[in-house]
Structure formats: C-alpha cells, structure tokens
Design a protein around this ligand. Structure first.
Ligand code: GLU
Length: 388
C-alpha cells in the first residue's frame, strides 16, 4: 500500500506509544512503574463530572456549533481576561479536541510548503510532526541546560528569515518543566516585534502548574503587536485532570480562528457536546481543585527530584512548572531509546526517551503519579543504573 507522501517523514507519537505499552503491560498483570505520558492520576473533580452528567440527562447530546457552545467560549474568554489580562471576542476562540488538536488545526490553517516553523529543542513530540503534516519545514534551535533549556533572544533572532511563518513557544515546558520568566518573555517579544511576518503559537497548557513562586505570563499580553500575532493554545487535561475528555482551545486573530473552524467543520465537527458543558463548570466554578492538585504535584516533584538526582550518573535541572523531569543520561553512553527499552524490559519502568523531544542524551519522566510509584520506580532506576 502506497501511503500519502505527507506521511513518509512522520514518526508515530512516542509518548502515546510508550504509554499504551505500559498500560497494556499493567493490564496483563505486570507490575509496571509508569512515568510515561503526562497524564494526572487524579480523577476529574466531581463537580465537573456532575455538570457533564447533567448535560447528558438534559439531552445535550446533539451537534453543537463546530467551534463550540457559546457558554464555553464565554467561559474561556472570561478565563483569559481573569488570568492573562487578555480580551477575546467569541469569534476569536475555537473549542478543539484537546490542546493537541488546536495546534494541529492552527498549523493546517496557516502553513504552506515554503514556510518554516521555529521550534526550540527540546520540544514536545508532536510540534515538528504537525508542521510536517502541514507540509512546512521545522527549523530546530538547540537549547542547552545552561540556559535552562530556553531559547535566547539571540538564538531566536538568528533563526528568523523571510520564510519564517511561525515560532512555537511552550512555557511551562513539556518536556523540561522550565518556565520562562516575565523578563525572558518580554525579551523574546522584543525580537518578534522586529519581524512582523512571524506568528507565535503559545502553548500554555501547563500554565496552572507552577512551583516555588514561578509566574506565567502570556506573550500575547506583552504588546498589541504580540496580541495580534499570537495564538494561544490550551486545554483542560492537565489543570483539571481531564485528559480523556479531549477539550482544548485556540484563541487569537479572528481570520485564523475562522480558518481553523472551516478545517474543523470538514473534519471533526464539534467536540463531544456534554464534555463541553463539563468544561464550562471547570472554568466557572471554584478553582480550589486546581490548587489541590498543584500542591500534590509540588510534593511529587520534590520527592522524585531528590531520589533521581541522588542516583550516580544522573543529573537534572530542577523545573519550576509542569510535571516532568528531564534528566541527562549522557554518562551512560547509550542512545535514549536503548536506555528506555532496557529499563522497561529489565525493571518494568516506563519513561520516554529524550530523542522523542529532540535530545538523545536525556529521558523524560512524568511525576503525575502517586508517591509510592515514584519511590518504587526511582529505586528500580537506581538498580538499573548501577548495572550499566
Ligand atoms: N502531552 C502528554 C505528554 O507529552 C500526553 C501525550 C501526548 O499527547 O503526547 O505526555
């Protein structure tokens, strides 16, 4: 079977593949410690589930507008004003099938074959593949541990050329957990303001998961120019433990949102109707559940960070956001895929190889799981490392 040309250069999602493998191993009775997908282990808060159940009982089981129900768009606009000091009209927001889908729709809506997309490395696994699916060219800018795995204004300036259409910014970052400070965001915006042909997609899905006083600002809020050219991508999965609900959104310029809506209208239509009603309550009701989960993540980060960095040969910057650690395994002198395969085979610990994120000397561990698994898994990694 000859598959479409656009798929020839596309890799499967390793985060999803390894997570599926770990879940299948667990289901078959194997005692796996999984630090693979970034999926909070908490149940979705009851009041959000109740809202979706009520919607079902009320017969809210029909199609909605492709871009989402007005109540949800309104709740998202209110959130963006409350948390990010940004004003959006309903026609500037589209509700998508998770944050991932918002990024995909955006890339399909604005990228052409001759366009370049600047992607700082390490990156979340799906950014380059989405750019390639849209037939554009990813341009990788390698960051280092010395700059906290953050792109510098100088690196950004050097990467921009007349073909650059989009710059992908992700803070707090998946896979490193690093957070750009307000000063760093302003410095990047200063560069971008000099290049009005470049759009920015700001993936802010981890904005609520911050530690040690770190703060999040959206680059869209820096200046009117940044507001006009930034598309904010976010979703409910991480902050509200709603991974399986698949609710995300994209906010930005009306013409781009209109284009994304046309794509959605011919592909998925609206996302699940009663899930949208749950999401309304997630945003409009008390945010206490978000803080409760954030506190649990903070404790888990500390425990996993201390255990992992006490293993000889493993070094890791301490992140101040999201729920990932991204340690270096350089001293073991093996490709990250081999390291992860062996770790899963021999000690039943699932982690994601750094190669999925563009850095082969690292691995990614999600600590969105319970403390017992974190302790047991780190102990197994210690035994594994001692054998290498
Ligand atoms: N975004 C999460 C992760 O990076 C979920 C899996 C995925 O969609 O890639 O683990």
């Amino acid at each position: 079977m000859q598959l479409a040309k656009r798929l020839r250069n596309i890799q499967p999602s390793l985060t999803l593949a390894i997570d599926a493998k770990a879940k299948a191993m667990k289901a078959s009775g194997i005692d796996v410690c999984s630090f693979s997908a970034g999926e909070p282990d908490f149940d979705t808060p009851d009041h959000i589930k109740a809202a979706a159940k009520l919607a079902l009982d009320q017969g809210k089981t029909r199609y909605t507008a492709a871009a989402g129900i007005p109540e949800l768009k309104q709740a998202i606009a209110a959130k963006l004003l409350r948390d990010n000091q940004l004003t959006y009209k309903p026609e500037q927001i589209i509700v998508t099938n998770g944050g991932k889908h918002s990024l995909y729709n955006l890339m399909m809506a604005i990228l052409d074959e001759e366009d370049e997309v600047i992607i700082p490395v390490p990156f979340w696994v799906s950014y380059p593949e989405m750019a390639k699916l849209a037939e554009a060219t990813p341009v990788f800018v390698i960051t280092t541990e010395e700059t906290g795995y953050k792109i510098t204004p100088e690196q950004l300036e050097a990467a921009i050329n007349p073909k650059t259409k989009l710059f992908v910014l992700n803070s707090p970052s998946n896979p490193t957990g690093m957070v750009y400070s307000p000063a760093e965001i302003h410095a990047l915006a200063e560069v971008l303001e000099r290049h009005p042909h470049v759009y920015i997609v700001s993936d802010e899905i981890y904005e609520k998961i911050l530690y040690d006083g770190a703060s999040h600002i959206s680059i869209a809020s820096v200046s009117p120019a940044m507001y006009d050219r930034t598309l904010i991508s976010s979703g409910f999965a991480k902050a509200y433990s709603m991974t399986g609900w698949r609710v995300g959104y994209l906010a930005g310029a009306p013409d781009i949102i209109k284009a994304a809506t046309i794509i959605q209208g011919h592909s998925t239509s609206n996302i699940c109707t009663f899930a949208q009603y749950g999401a309304v309550i997630a945003l409009n009701d008390s945010q206490e559940c978000v803080e409760t989960m954030r506190k649990a993540f903070a404790e888990r980060r500390d425990v996993m960070y201390d255990l992992l960095t006490s293993i000889p040969g493993i070094t890791c910057p301490k992140p101040d956001g999201a729920f990932y650690l991204f340690p270096s395994i350089k001293s073991f002198g093996m490709p990250s895929l081999d390291f992860c395969d062996k770790l899963l085979e021999e000690f039943q610990v699932a982690v994601i190889p750094g190669i999925a994120f563009g850095l082969d000397h690292c691995i990614r561990l999600s600590y969105a799981t319970n403390l017992e698994t974190i302790r047991e898994g780190c102990d197994r990694i210690r035994q594994f490392a001692a054998k290498l």
